[in-house]
Ligand binder design. Structure first.
Ligand code: KG4
Ligand code: ZN
Length: 341
């Protein structure tokens, strides 16, 4: 089965074609980050308008890249949620209209299931079961994954998501949006000894996260230097380094606990923050000492993309699942509520 995947939950329009036999045939992406950068974060109304502009040209683009016509598409998968309502509506309207016009089946995909399954597109896909650390702009979750749709939430952020914390810390430091890659860049030239930031909620048992205290600590540090007029380039690098190390350490501590608690020996990391090199390197090093296999998507599939939606949709479609045309987008949607396949 050949599935067209459409992602439009936030500020990236992603389109891809996935074939059950041949794998990923083509994928294209348009990122709106330059447009939102001017405002310091995603402006939902602008995001929706831009998805409308991009989505059809991207669908034409993906077909031309794959050297296929629309007649070769067997089904459509689109991001049903969670995400920004207006942005989701664009993908869902286009997907429904095309499925109706082409008379083919349709499936609405959970965005985080897309992220979670993105490593399956790699050459050595992880086998079930595993622990997934999902770290994106909207979510920070540890999930016990027994199979597709068999998800048990082990812990999650009680406030900001890890990606959101990166974005806010970057904004405090005067860095551009999205903040994660900017913090990572500055952290490379930062002195790891100069500041020590807290590792929130690691001193007590449990698998939940909280990043608001770390955010306040970062803000106070930035403000102290602003008041003293000492927020120079090196200080920005040093704060970025301390912040990044604190987030990475916190994620590793909690992921290790989740593995211990479940007794599982495999860890999947996905979502935008999984593109962070320090996180990838540190996790791989730490987990190899405990014989834990660590799997990530390729860098371009850590952040939002159409390929993960096409793949997740394909898995459910081949299992016989279909969506009614009347289904509405789900801006909030629990991963645990999904059906097993
Ligand atoms: O998964 P994603 O593309 O969108 C959501 O579903 O939210 O994640 C975007 C988030 C942003 O907060 C961005 O700052 C963060 O991922 N991010 C990173 C890196 N690349 C993207 N955070 C840390 N280091 C990175 N290299
Ligand atoms: Zn995402």
């Amino acid at each position: 089965m050949r599935v067209l995947g459409i992602e439009s939950s936030c500020d990236e329009t992603g389109v891809a074609l996935y074939d059950g036999q041949q794998g990923l045939l083509a994928d294209v992406l348009y990122s709106q980050s330059d447009m939102h950068n001017e405002y310091g974060g995603v402006v939902p109304e602008l995001a929706s308008r831009d998805h409308i502009r991009r989505v059809l040209p991207l669908i034409k683009d993906v077909l031309s890249k794959a050297k296929l016509s629309e007649a070769s598409i067997d089904a459509i998968a689109y991001t049903r949620g969670p995400g920004l309502m207006g942005a989701l509506l664009v993908g869902s309207c286009i997907a429904k209209a095309l499925a109706f016009g082409w008379n083919i089946p349709l499936i609405g995909v959970h965005h985080m299931e897309g992220h979670l399954l993105a490593p399956m597109l790699e050459d050595n896909p992880p086998a079930f079961p595993f622990v997934a650390l999902l770290v994106s702009g909207g979510h920070t979750q540890l999930i016990e994954v027994r199979n597709i749709g068999d998800y048990h939430l082990l812990g999650e952020s009680l406030d900001d998501a890890a990606g959101e914390a990166f974005d806010k810390a970057a904004s405090m430091l005067g860095l551009s949006y999205p903040g994660g890659p900017q913090i990572a860049l500055r952290a490379n030239n930062g002195d790891p000894q100069r500041f020590t930031f807290p590792r929130p909620m690691t001193d007590r048992p449990g698998l939940d996260f909280s990043f608001s205290g770390l955010k306040t600590f970062t803000l106070n540090t930035v403000n102290t230097h602003k008041q003293k007029n000492t927020l120079d380039e090196q200080t920005i690098n040093d704060i970025a380094r301390a912040f990044e190390e604190a987030v990475v350490d916190t994620l590793i501590i909690k992921a290790s606990r989740a593995l211990k608690q479940t007794g599982l020996k495999r860890l999947v990391i996905a979502g935008g923050v999984s593109a962070n090199k320090r996180l990838r390197d540190s996790l791989t090093r730490r987990m190899s000492q405990h014989n834990i296999e660590v799997c990530y998507p390729r860098l371009t599939f850590c952040t939002d993309n159409g390929a993960m939606i096409a793949y997740a949709g394909h898995c459910r479609l081949v299992a016989g699942q279909r969506d009614e045309e009347s289904l509405h987008p789900m801006p909030r949607w629990s991963l645990e509520s999904l059906s097993k396949i």
